[in-house]
Design a protein around this ligand. Structure first.
Ligand code: A3D
Length: 321
């Protein structure tokens, strides 16, 4: 296989962890771009100097010049400010829209054939804006949210039931905000329904529902919980891991079925918006949106989430983006 070139736009907390993970897994050569002079050069030098210890020959370099991302196969974007305590993701809209517009222009001019994964918040709006400014086909522009939100939900279930998280499958759909939609009905441990195991643990359906509701709330607020503890920024290890899962699915053409922020054209009754749905992720990007029947409650929660995404995108458009 030809070695891939992966550009990371944004050399902050997530960009740094991404660089290290990509190098350690030898997914491809990394170019780390940031507007702050010397920051990406310093981070990549530091990571590169561990190559003997970690055993990688992957090239890692830092730059402040968009020309260096030319011919990238894959681009992961984390440029933008993160939340501080008390802020919602949507509070980042004005600042991060300006940043995303400039990033989309830089990527369009220098790496027009790349597949692009966006991580910057507010996620659904930033993916929408990147697609609009770049004019890239929708299947080559996608956002990371559902892989992380689902991992958070799975972790809470594993901790609650005392089982390995490796056997837990969950899916969180919708927009990447407080209206996200964890699909409880299909949450399972190697096929066994989580709700039934909770009911057996507590011997009481009402208590089991209370415990599940608490895990759902924690999942929806999980990003804010980390922000509240860190105080100076938001989660960065787990978002980087989630984005790596998506990058591997693309680089190795894995055809994984993952929840991804993808462009909908009538699927789930939504047309013309980016939102979290199950997709097949492979070598060409989003290869197919996978639809399934939502029950009444799930559909109403999903609609509520879509409305939140529409409001956010509308706000962004009113700001002139
Ligand atoms: P941070 O450590 O501040 O890094 C952001 C980097 O972007 C900094 O190094 C900036 O210098 C750089 N930057 C600013 N403007 C530009 C520009 N015009 N071009 C290129 N680089 C620029 O933040 P972080 O890494 O912790 O988070 C990055 C983004 O990811 C934020 O918007 C977060 O809200 C978001 N985030 C998303 C998730 C999801 O799951 C979707 C999770 C956590 C954080």
């Amino acid at each position: 296989m030809n070695k891939k070139k992966i550009a990371l736009i944004g050399g902050g907390q997530i960009g740094g962890v991404l660089t290290q993970l990509i190098a350690q897994r030898q997914l491809g050569d990394v170019v780390l771009f940031d507007i702050v002079e010397d920051l990406p050069q310093g981070k990549t030098l530091d990571i590169g100097e561990a190559s003997r210890i970690d055993g990688f020959d992957t090239k890692v370099s830092g730059t402040n010049d968009y020309k260096d991302i030319a011919d990238s196969d894959l681009i992961l974007i984390t440029a933008g400010i993160p939340r501080k305590p008390g802020m919602s993701r949507d509070d980042l809209l004005t600042t991060n829209s300006k940043i995303m517009k400039s990033v989309a222009e830089g990527v369009k001019a220098n790496a027009p054939d790349a597949i692009v994964i966006i991580i910057s918040n507010p996620l659904d709006a930033m993916v929408t804006l990147f697609k609009k400014v770049s004019g890239f086909p929708h299947y080559r522009v996608l956002g990371q949210a559902g892989v992380l939100d689902s991992s958070r939900f799975s972790s809470f279930i594993a901790w609650e039931l005392g089982v390995s998280v490796k056997d837990i499958n969950t899916m969180v759909l919708g927009g990447h905000g407080d209206t996200m939609v964890p699909i409880v009905r299909y949450a399972n441990i190697n096929g066994l329904p989580v709700m039934e195991l909770l009911e057996r643990k507590y011997g009481d359906a009402v208590k089991a529902k209370e415990v599940m509701d608490a895990m759902l709330q924690r999942t929806k607020k999980a990003g804010g919980e980390v922000v509240g503890l860190l105080k100076t920024g938001s989660a960065f290890y787990s978002p980087a891991s989630a984005a790596i899962t998506m990058a591997e699915a693309i680089i190795y053409d894995e055809k994984r079925l993952l929840p991804v922020c993808a462009f909908l054209q009538g699927e789930f009754g939504v047309d013309g918006y980016y939102v979290g749905v199950p997709v097949i992720l492979g070598g060409t990007g989003v290869e197919k949106v996978i639809e399934f029947e939502l029950n009444e409650d799930e559909q109403s929660a999903f609609n509520n989430s879509i409305n939140a995404v529409k409001t956010l995108v509308g706000d962004m458009e009113r700001l002139g983006f």
